[in-house]
Ligand binder design. Structure first.
Ligand SMILES: Cc1ncc(COP(=O)(O)O)c(C=O)c1O
Length: 302
C-alpha cells in the first residue's frame, strides 16, 4: 500500500536512476575516499557545467550543514546575516548558523510567502545603526530559492536585492534547498539567477529533489572557498565514502533528470492547489510557484 503524505518533499524516496547510480558506485571495488574518488570529480564537473562557471564545489549530507558552513565562510564572527523571518536558517536549524559562525547574528526581516522585497532590505540596512565597533557589521544577505512559502525570485528580483547587499559591502548566499524547483518554474539559465545576479554562494539542494542524501555548497568565486575544506572537516561533514554523494549528484544532473523531477513536483503542487481551491472552506494565501502548497482550511475541512 502506498500512502499519500503531504508533510514534506523529504517524505518520498530517491529516484530510480539515482538508486541505480548508487548500485553502480558500490560495485566499483576499492576507490579513494574523502572526495578523492572519480565520482566526486565528475559530479563537481557536472555542477560546474550547470552554472557555466569554474566554481568550487563541496558535497555535504544535509542542507543545514551546507547553509551553516557556507554562511560561516562568508561572515566574520561580528557580522550579521540578513534573511526573512521564515528563513530555514532562522527557524529550523537549531542555531547551526550561530554555532558555525561563532557569534554572527541573524537579522530577520518581514516578507510575504518568504519573498523579501528590496525596499524592506534597504530600509533595514539604512535605518539600522552602524556604530563601529559597537554594532554588528552587516555581512551577508541570505535568500531562499524557492522560498519557504513556495515562491520564486526572478533573476531581476535576485539582482535588485544583491545590488543593495553589494552597496553595503555584503556577500550574498542563496539557500537553494529547492533550487531545482525554482529553475523548473523560471525556465532560465541557472547562472542567470545565481552568480550573474550577484549570488556568491549557493547551497544547491538535491535531497528534496530526488537523491538519497546529498547537497552541494557552490562557491562561484573560488577565493571565497579558501580553507573551506578545513571548515567542512572540522564541522564533521566530510563524508569518508564520498563516492556515494558524487554518484548521486552525477546521476541527478545527468540529462536534466533534476529538472524533470522538479517539473513533475511543481505540476503536482499546482494540481493539489487547484483541487484545494475548489473546496469550500479552503483558501490559498498565494498560488504556488514551486513544489510547496500552503492553504488555510476551516477546521471541519481540515
Ligand atoms: C529552505 C530549506 N533550507 C534548508 C533545508 C535543509 O534541511 P536539512 O538539514 O533537513 O537537510 C530545508 C529542509 O527542510 C529547507 O526547507
Amino acid at each position: 500500500m502506498s500512502l499519500l503524505y503531504f508533510g514534506s518533499d523529504n517524505s518520498v524516496g530517491a529516484s530510480a536512476p539515482v538508486m541505480q547510480a548508487l548500485q553502480e558506485a558500490n560495485a566499483q571495488g576499492a576507490l579513494p575516499s574523502y572526495g578523492n574518488d572519480p565520482f566526486t570529480a565528475r559530479a563537481v564537473d557536472a555542477v560546474r557545467r550547470v552554472f557555466s562557471r569554474p566554481a568550487e564545489v563541496f558535497f555535504v549530507p544535509t542542507g543545514t550543514a551546507a547553509n551553516a558552513l557556507a554562511l560561516a565562510q562568508l561572515t566574520p564572527r561580528w557580522g550579521s546575516i540578513y534573511c526573512t523571518q521564515e528563513a530555514h536558517i532562522a527557524v529550523d536549524e537549531a542555531n547551526a548558523v550561530e554555532l558555525q559562525t561563532g557569534g554572527a547574528r541573524l537579522v530577520t526581516l518581514p516578507a510575504t510567502g518568504g519573498r523579501l522585497l528590496p525596499e524592506t532590505l534597504h530600509k533595514s540596512l539604512t535605518e539600522g545603526s552602524a556604530d563601529r565597533p559597537h554594532n554588528a557589521r552587516p555581512s551577508v544577505l541570505s535568500l531562499t530559492q524557492a522560498t519557504e512559502g513556495g515562491l520564486v525570485y526572478s533573476p531581476a528580483e535576485v539582482k535588485a536585492l544583491a545590488d543593495i547587499a553589494r552597496t553595503h559591502r555584503m556577500k550574498v548566499h542563496m539557500d537553494g534547498a529547492r533550487f531545482a524547483n525554482a529553475i523548473a518554474t523560471l525556465g532560465c539559465d541557472p547562472a542567470d539567477v545565481t552568480w550573474r545576479a550577484g549570488v556568491d554562494v549557493l547551497t544547491f539542494g538535491a535531497s528534496k529533489g530526488g537523491v538519497l542524501q546529498a547537497e552541494a555548497v557552490v562557491f562561484f568565486n573560488p577565493a571565497d572557498a579558501t580553507d573551506f575544506d578545513y571548515r567542512r572537516k572540522q564541522g564533521g561533514h566530510l563524508v569518508s565514502k564520498s563516492r556515494y554523494m558524487g554518484a548521486q549528484f552525477e546521476a541527478w544532473l545527468q540529462g536534466d533528470h533534476w529538472l524533470e523531477l522538479a517539473r513533475h513536483a511543481n505540476a503536482q503542487a499546482l494540481a493539489l492547489a487547484d483541487g484545494l481551491e475548489k473546496l469550500p472552506g479552503a483558501r490559498l494565501p498565494w498560488k504556488p510557484e514551486a513544489n510547496e502548497v500552503f492553504c488555510f482550511l476551516a477546521r471541519p475541512v481540515h
